[in-house]
Design a protein around this ligand. Structure first.
Ligand SMILES: Nc1nc2c(c(=O)[nH]1)N[C@H]1C(S)=C(S)[C@@H](COP(=O)(O)OP(=O)(O)OC[C@H]3O[C@@H](n4cnc5c(=O)[nH]c(N)nc54)[C@H](O)[C@@H]3O)O[C@H]1N2
Ligand SMILES: Nc1nc2c(c(=O)[nH]1)N[C@H]1C(S)=C(S)[C@@H](COP(=O)(O)OP(=O)(O)OC[C@H]3O[C@@H](n4cnc5c(=O)[nH]c(N)nc54)[C@H](O)[C@@H]3O)O[C@H]1N2
Ligand code: SF4
Ligand SMILES: [Mo]
Length: 767
């Protein structure tokens, strides 16, 4: 036996050791280096967290939130025990008691009102959890209700709708090729604060700086001179809600000035260029100048610069997405990338080739069934279904409007709709009317306080991780798996077990249902469909053999499913057919991740439209241009409007209970331009009352010329300290809830996404 062999990992730690994992908090997927030390009780605790210099993707970058996974794990307010609400107060109970209450509550509602009276909301945390990514689908199916809602309709649904109609699936999302582009135009995104979104790129800021260092140009279109705008070559100050007009006018310039040339690599697979060019004619730079607040000369120049750069790429996020024309604006972003010849080529807008679980890597390459919406409509207002869900803007009315299918019981998973959805006062009243509610969450917060039962999940450090969703939108093809860093607490089920058990109980299997049964069904389904996929790497193989081989690892739950997805993905070992290919074992040997290289061209294989072509002139968007033209006058007339913003140290409505992140200056301020402050009589540090059609809040004023005149900015996700919540630190840094002002009646009809930016408001001093 070699003397220097490492002691076997018995869990009873006696020395410090280092492990690596991916930070699951935002979309940047940074690698963390975590030092563990003995905790004096036979276990381990985190000593320090820093950036993993060897991570193949993030190369050492982290933001201030990454290292706070330690504090999050240690937070005494983080729920470790299920809670039941008794006499209006939440009390700790055993898991057995919690499951009994879930069974009684859910089955009672189902017996009285049927399954259509169940509603479910999946929040942003669901997208950052491997358990949730793997097991939420069976929960949704098991509930047997169409009343599905998620944070997507306060976020990126327009991105899916544009991708779906143009390229064939909701996740066929082109991402800016940040590392090779010569010219980047960002609309409505502030990656210096958010670290990027629908574009997975750890150290997004560093990648932006690199563009400038190699002589490229960065332009930021935003009503605020955000940190990203400050770091860019040019800040284009736009009037909120008018991005679609600007983009349409830029497309118009490219067509009119004969600069539109999609390139031979795209033209072959492109439908609708002539129709698109005709439809865009009315949107001249002169005609949109007033509504956008950007003069015609600038608009022409911006378009010409895009076309003239050796490579260029246009990218838009929240500020473009959460507006009345979110889908059409997103489609126009794709259109500009197509017109300038930059789609699907290095330096332009490219498609990732996801290593695991990518919808764009399944099925027959080159064509498919295409994208449809409206397979059902919401009961009260008739909103069309999009990507299997209804808009959150309709959630309150679905709970409060009597009739068949009225929601009587809600399940929330990893979301805080009472801080993140529009018109939360209305929603709060609705939630108070529910017969039963169960939440899977880490905290007793503004939403979960309404739950009859709260089922806690282990902390981020106690779970395995793989960014199944976010790596589909990555600027490089990479894979990075993280085993749990710390063991589960005694009695604490893993998150997937909580979701699966809830599924089984909702299906009527009773409180003794074994989550492993759902797990077995899920993996079987995966394997059976893979061996039937004529274009997949294990087509025709014996499913039982594959299962046996998979099971020889002893894995279960999301890890086993991930292993299967990795092995049958485009870089997988295909169960032996491709020996150098990847698998979970392969990734376990590479704690810093495996890099499969820069993005490569994927046309025409990526396409899943019925025609096998890019549908540039998809009918829904061409038709929506009329609505856009008609809205122009209204946009021109707008007085004061409210927009949001993000702060690097915050994360939507949570992480506010972590002292190191919230200490210091107040972040929840109303930013007002000095001219407006003068006119309105507002003073820096004073208080302002902000009133919209649906609500009113009071917030501290920050006078700054970083917002455009006529625009005020208030971040979302604040407003803590409600009675019945348990987040001591957050309550001390409460802030105000900006979603008391956002209007549930304002949404993008193509995607159902709420308007969260460009809210008409009145602002007055509080004296
Ligand atoms: N006005 C305005 N509103 C907005 C936005 C805006 O820009 N302006 N942005 C919108 C956007 S982009 C989004 S994504 C939404 C977010 O909306 P939501 O998803 O509804 O809200 P979050 O604040 O992300 O809440 C996450 C919840 O998950 C819990 N949680 C954290 N980790 C886990 C976990 O691992 N498992 C489980 N089960 N729970 C966990 C947290 O405690 C918290 O309750 O907000 C939207 N709302
Ligand atoms: N630190 C931190 N990071 C996060 C989050 C967080 O809460 N905090 N949330 C995560 C989530 S869920 C998401 S979805 C991403 C979002 O990522 P980003 O989209 O980059 O997020 P924001 O920082 O909100 O940037 C939106 C920008 O749009 C601008 N804007 C507002 N209205 C308009 C408009 O009409 N037109 C244009 N062109 N711009 C407009 C705002 O001023 C703001 O600068 O961030 C993720 N990362
Ligand atoms: S940017 Fe920060 S929060 Fe996001 S993944 Fe990296 S360390 Fe985590
Ligand atoms: Mo989001």
């Amino acid at each position: 036996m070699p003397l220097l062999e490492r002691a076997p990992d018995t869990g009873a730690a006696s020395a410090t050791r280092t492990v690596w994992r991916t930070c699951p908090l935002c979309e940047a997927t940074c690698g963390l280096e975590i030092t563990l030390k003995p905790d004096g009780k036979g276990g381990e605790e985190v000593q320090r967290i820093k950036g993993d210099m060897d991570d193949v993707f993030s190369k050492g970058f982290i933001c201030p939130k990454g290292s706070t996974l330690k504090q999050l794990h240690a937070d005494p307010d983080r729920l470790r025990t299920p809670m039941i609400r008794r006499n209006g107060e939440h009390v700790e109970v055993t898991w057995a008691e919690a499951w009994d209450a879930v069974e009684a509550g859910l089955q009672g509602v189902i017996e009285r009102n049927g399954r259509s009276s169940l509603g479910v909301y999946v929040g942003n945390a669901g997208a950052h959890s491997l358990s949730s990514m793997m097991f939420t689908r069976s929960l949704l199916t098991g509930l047997g209700t169409r009343n599905r809602f998620s944070a997507s309709t306060v976020d990126q649904m327009p991105r899916h709708v544009a991708a779906g109609h143009v390229f064939g699936t909701g996740v066929s999302v082109p991402v800016p090729d940040l590392d090779r582009t010569d010219h980047l135009m960002i609309l409505g995104g502030n990656p210096y604060a958010s670290n990027g979104s629908m574009c997975t790129a750890p150290d997004f800021p560093g990648r932006i700086e690199a563009i400038r260092e190699r002589g490229g140009r960065v332009v930021v279109v935003d009503p605020r001179r955000s940190r990203t705008a400050e770091e860019a070559d040019e800040w284009v100050s736009i009037r909120p809600g008018s991005d679609a007009l600007l983009l349409a006018a830029m497309a118009n310039v490219l067509v009119t000035d004969e600069l539109a040339d999609p390139g031979s690599h795209v033209t072959e697979y492109l439908n609708g260029l002539v129709e698109f060019s005709a439809a865009i004619q009315p949107f001249t730079p002169e005609s949109v100048a007033k509504a956008t607040g950007i003069d015609a000369v600038t608009i022409r120049r911006l378009a010409h610069e895009l076309a003239a750069a050796p490579t260029s790429t246009v990218y838009g996020r929240i500020g473009t997405s959460t507006t009345e024309f979110g889908s059409t604006a997103t489609w126009l972003i794709d259109a500009l990338n197509i017109l300038t010849g930059n789609l699907d080529r290095p330096g332009g807008a490219m498609f990732a080739l996801p290593v695991a679980g990518g919808a764009t890597t399944r099925g027959k390459p080159g064509s498919g069934r295409g994208f449809t919406v409206g397979r059902g409509t919401s009961r009260v207002s008739g909103h069309p279904e999009v990507m299997g869900e209804y808009p959150v803007a309709a959630l309150a009315e679905e709970i409060t409007t009597p009739g068949d299918g009225q929601i009587k019981a809600m399940i929330t998973l990893g979301g805080n709709p009472l801080r993140s959805n529009p018109n939360t006062a209305l929603l709060e009243d609705a939630f108070a009317q529910l017969d039963f509610m169960v939440s899977i969450d880490l905290y007793l917060n503004e939403t979960t306080k309404h739950a009859d039962v709260i089922l806690p999940v282990p902390s981020q450090l106690q779970r395995s991780h793989y960014d199944l969703l976010l790596l589909q939108f990555a600027v490089r093809n990479v894979a990075n798996y993280s085993p749990p860093v710390l063991p589960l607490d005694a009695d604490q089920p893993d998150e997937w077990e909580v979701i699966s058990k809830l599924t089984a109980i909702a299906q009527g299997q009773g409180v003794d249902a074994d989550p492993a049964v759902i797990d077995e069904q899920s993996i079987e389904r995966l394997v059976r469909s893979a061996v039937k996929d004529a274009n997949g790497p294990v087509f025709g193989r014996d499913g039982d053999e594959l299962l046996t081989e998979l099971n020889s690892s002893g894995r279960s739950g999301p890890d086993r499913m991930l292993d299967f997805m990795l092995r049958t993905g485009p870089y997988g070992d295909a169960f032996g057919d491709n020996p150098d290919g990847t698998s979970l074992d392969d990734l376990l040997e590479r704690p810093h991740g495996r890099d499969f290289g820069a993005l490569e061209s994927r046309l025409p294989e990526i396409l899943r439209t019925p025609s096998g072509k890019i549908e540039l002139a998809a009918e829904v968007f061409i038709a929506d241009l009329d609505r856009l033209a008609a809205a122009q006058f209204g946009l021109e007339q707008r007085a004061m409007v409210l927009v949001g913003r993000r702060d690097l140290r915050s994360n939507n409505s949570w992480m506010h209970n972590i002292e190191v992140l919230v200490k210091g200056r107040t972040r929840c301020t109303l930013q007002v331009h000095p001219d407006d402050a003068d006119t309105l009589g507002l003073t820096d540090g004073g208080a302002a009352q902000i009133t919209s059609r649906v609500g009113q809040v009071t917030a501290p004023v920050e006078v700054t010329d970083s917002v455009r005149p006529g625009v005020v900015s208030l971040p979302h996700g604040w407003g803590h300290g409600d009675p019945g919540t348990k987040m001591r630190v957050a309550a001390e840094h409460a802030g105000v809830n900006s979603n008391l002002l956002t209007d549930h009646e304002a949404f993008d009809p193509l995607s159902g996404t709420s308007v969260l930016n460009g809210i008409p408001v009145e602002v007055a001093p509080v004296i």
